[in-house]
Design a protein around this ligand. Structure first.
Ligand SMILES: *Cc1c(COP(=O)(O)O)cnc(C)c1O
Length: 414
């Protein structure tokens, strides 16, 4: 008899974005003349850099001629891209990563989920709270949690990111084996200093734990004292896997290209304490279950590292950072406590009330869509996230409306 994976029954329906969509639709239906500005969803809005488009066109032309046509490529990615990644994203920052430690893929989301497959099912897992929901749901699907219980899953260790710790979680009080970290963070926009990351690396080394480091927003870092890669921290090569993506860096959310770094020195034990390197296991998994990213897309990703591409990516991320800084300035000016907004496209705002209540006020009175923080975990309750992924004029209008509304609201509250 065919049976289902019952772990899927433990999953909480992702009410967040469908709830948002429902409320926005109902508002739009009853207010057809109001122009809604969406600062909610974490997707980029601007076109691909010209250098990437040119490379994409050129590669498509190559595919049209027999002697430049490409069929199956190496599953791990073409050498031209793996070399460009290792050199520009790691070696240039003093991180000792080689091209054969780079695994090119179609998404950091898939990789963060798929990596669980090469690890033992009985690990103690620590996730941040608030959290990028993929980390949690993929563990639930893989049967690595107990049931949902009062807003959290049994069996997971939640690393609380709060105003008190500057949204960088403290080390856990109990031993954990697998640790998810994401900096610059989605949803809080927080970044971690070299000292903070060093403490995590030390913890992982002392406890024989593995860090899964998600650096999807690395391209927004402007402060040069903030580490871009966990491999800038001494000792991380033995205890960390890093996920990166061209999605937020270069607008590839609809084009699809990402990569995962699995250093050859990262080892884990079997139940008899024999050591295995994770690189070989991931290589086996990747080559068995994945056929590589399409050739034109890998050429487009390579173009990110050309002189022209670097300049254009900088302009693209600067554009969103200008939006972020306007949102941060306005919300701070209104007296709200905020995180992020610098070195990050997200602004995490302490609402001073229930997340959904604040969401409804912004929607009903300002026609602006935000993301309620409670959708990212228990520690997100009382917060909202505003995203800088929109055009500047819309962000200006949204902030004017929000300023007017909240000034009025605050007058009434006094
Ligand atoms: C957007 C995002 C990613 C990128 O995912 P892709 O699958 O590469 O598009 C990864 N991690 C976080 C936290 C994100 O917000």
């Amino acid at each position: 008899m065919i049976k289902i994976n019952e772990n899927y029954l433990k999953l909480q329906s992702s009410y967040l974005f469908s709830d948002i969509a429902k409320r926005v639709k109902s508002f739009a239906d009853s207010n057809p003349d109001r122009e809604i500005i969406r600062l909610g969803i974490g997707d980029v809005t601007r076109a691909l850099p010209g250098a990437c488009i040119n490379a994409l066109h050129k590669a498509v032309d190559e595919m049209s001629i027999d002697n430049t046509f490409r069929g199956y490529g190496p599953e791990q990615g073409h050498a031209f891209l793996r070399e460009a990644i290792a050199k520009n994203d790691f070696q240039a920052f003093g991180a000792d990563i080689n091209p054969d430690e780079v695994f090119v893929s179609d998404g950091a989301k898939c990789d963060t989920g798929n990596i669980l497959e090469i690890l033992s099912p009985d690990l103690q897992i620590a996730v941040p709270d608030p959290v990028y929901p993929v980390y949690v749901d993929t563990n639930v699907m893989a049967g690595r949690t107990g049931p949902w219980n009062n807003g959290r899953y049994n069996g997971l260790v939640y690393l609380e990111a709060t105003e008190a710790n500057g949204y960088v979680p403290a080390l856990p009080n109990e031993p954990v084996d697998l640790i998810y970290l994401c900096f610059p963070n989605n949803p809080t926009g927080a970044t971690a200093t070299r000292e903070q990351l060093s403490r995590w690396v030390e913890y992982a080394r002392a406890n024989r734990a593995l860090i899964l480091y998600d650096a999807a927003y690395v391209a927004f870092i402007r402060d040069e004292s903030i580490p871009k890669s966990i491999y800038e921290i001494e000792g991380a090569r033995e205890v960390a896997i890093e996920f990166r993506s061209f999605s937020k860096t270069a607008g590839f959310t609809g084009t699809r290209c990402a990569y995962t770094i699995v250093p050859k020195s990262c080892v884990a034990c079997d139940s008899s304490m024999n050591k295995y390197d994770l690189h070989s296991l991931w290589n086996r998994r990747h080559t068995t279950k994945f056929n590589g990213v399409s050739y034109p897309v890998q050429r487009a990703a390579q173009a990110v590292y050309s002189d022209e591409g670097k300049k254009q990516v900088r302009e693209l991320t600067d554009y969103y950072l200008k939006n972020a800084s306007l949102i941060l300035e306005k919300m701070t000016g209104l007296g709200y406590t905020c995180a992020g907004g610098e070195n990050s496209p997200y602004i995490w705002i302490k609402a001073g009330m229930d997340s959904w209540e604040f969401f409804d006020i912004l929607l009903d009175k300002a026609a602006v869509v935000c993301t309620p923080g409670s959708g990212f975990g228990a520690c997100g309750e009382g917060y909202i996230r505003l995203s800088a992924f929109n055009n500047y004029e819309n962000v200006e209008t949204a902030m004017d409306r929000i300023s007017e509304l909240l000034e009025r609201y605050q007058c009434l509250a006094q």
